[in-house]
Design a binder for this molecule. Structure first.
Ligand SMILES: C[S@@+](CC[C@H](N)C(=O)[O-])C[C@H]1O[C@@H](n2cnc3c(N)ncnc32)[C@H](O)[C@@H]1O
Length: 348
């Protein structure tokens, strides 16, 4: 696709019907709220207000992740451009695509880049960032997809050499079985010449990790509380913010940050749209998000199980964050995965 005018607005493809997306999200939420521990899926975090709060988080001094990732990308972008020779840069969970600009600059300078395809569940944020990128990079086409990377990979345009970026440590928000399905689906999606670039936060001192999710100004808490507000609005739920204390703790057994709430006292929450009455015991957790932290060996193992290989592993100078360039292997020994559209919508 080539742009005919710099005034042209970016094309925003809306994937699926509203009813489809909604039904899958409601089903996932119905299951998660009855799981052990109870969980409100993290996708509820990213309405318009949530996406704005996330932007604020990325500027917090203790939230080192975006700055560390940017350091790695700035150091390696030219090499990435040289090695991938990408004609399409696609980005899963693109959000405001701030760090992506480093890649767009390097790929643009290398001369092969024709198209940027950001994909995100948050339609308004995506539209805004697609327009900003389209204005800043008039030589490339911007084709945004409002969709769910767990189900909609098949909608990424094919052809040319594609670099699929998955930045911001978003992969850490998925459970191991979800990661295995997504990496498997990506392996199915990649053609020879395509590549993946994944931003990964690394295991480190637990005090630093907990500080990153417990800022003194309460921006992260407001972001997580916004999921309750969104559920109250969309699901006619009765989560009472005063009944839930914010908790973000390091779980050393699973090597993830466990982010959500503890009920302050025994009480009931109804979720009318889902026909649920939820009993909370005093101190019972309600999880909203995990943020897994990785070690190189574990990440390489997970990637290999999907039939992919880590071709390069780059970290920032402090060793806080890694960016991995991942390629399809010629011999794929893993079990074939279903196409993304056929997978179950729910978290397990
Ligand atoms: C941690 S933020 C990272 C944003 C951006 N990549 C960055 O590095 O600043 C996660 C992003 O993924 C999006 N997201 C979360 N779950 C998603 C899903 N299942 N499908 C598509 N986008 C998703 C959110 O809307 C949000 O923009």
């Amino acid at each position: 696709m080539s742009r005919t005018s710099t005034e042209e607005r970016p094309r925003v493809d809306v994937v699926g019907t509203r009813a489809d997306g909604r039904a899958a999200l409601y089903e996932a939420t119905f299951r998660s709220l009855q799981a052990e521990p109870k969980e409100l899926p993290a996708v509820w975090l990213y309405d318009e207000r949530g996406s704005r709060l996330y932007e604020e988080i990325t500027r917090l001094p203790a939230y080192y992740l975006p700055r560390r990732e940017s350091e790695v990308l700035r150091a390696r972008a030219q090499e990435i451009a040289r090695r991938t020779k990408a004609t399409t840069l696609a980005e899963l969970g693109a959000g405001s695509a701030n760090n992506t600009r480093v890649l767009l600059d390097a790929l643009g300078a290398a001369g092969a880049l024709e198209r940027f395809v950001p994909l995100d569940v948050s339609g308004k944020t995506l539209q805004a960032s697609a327009e900003t990128i389209a204005a800043a990079y008039p030589r490339i086409a911007v084709q945004a997809i409002v969709g769910d990377f767990e189900h909609d990979l098949g909608l990424l345009p094919r052809g040319g050499r594609r670099l699929i970026a998955f930045l911001g440590s978003t992969i850490g928000n998925l459970y191991p079985d979800q990661r295995a399905r997504l990496l498997g689906a990506l392996a199915d999606e990649l053609s020879p010449g395509d590549s993946l670039l994944i931003g990964i936060d690394l295991v480190k001192d637990s005090a630093r990790l907990e500080e990153a999710y417990n800022d003194p100004g309460g921006v992260t808490e407001a972001f997580v509380r916004n999921a309750l507000t969104a559920a109250n609005r969309e699901l006619e739920a009765t989560f009472d913010q005063r009944q839930f204390a914010y908790v973000a703790r390091w779980d050393p057994a699973n090597e993830w940050m466990d982010i959500g709430f503890h009920a302050r006292e025994t009480h009931t929450v109804s979720v009318r749209q889902l026909g649920l009455e939820l009993e909370f015991e005093e101190a019972e957790p309600l999880r909203v998000e995990i943020s897994s932290k990785f070690r190189r060996e574990r990440f390489e193992r997970e990637v290999a199980r999907a039939g992919l290989a880590v071709a390069s592993w780059w970290t920032d100078r402090a060793g806080d964050f890694a960016v991995a360039l991942v390629l399809p292997t010629s011999t794929r020994s893993r079990t074939r995965f279903h196409r993304p559209r056929e997978q179950s919508a729910a978290r397990s």
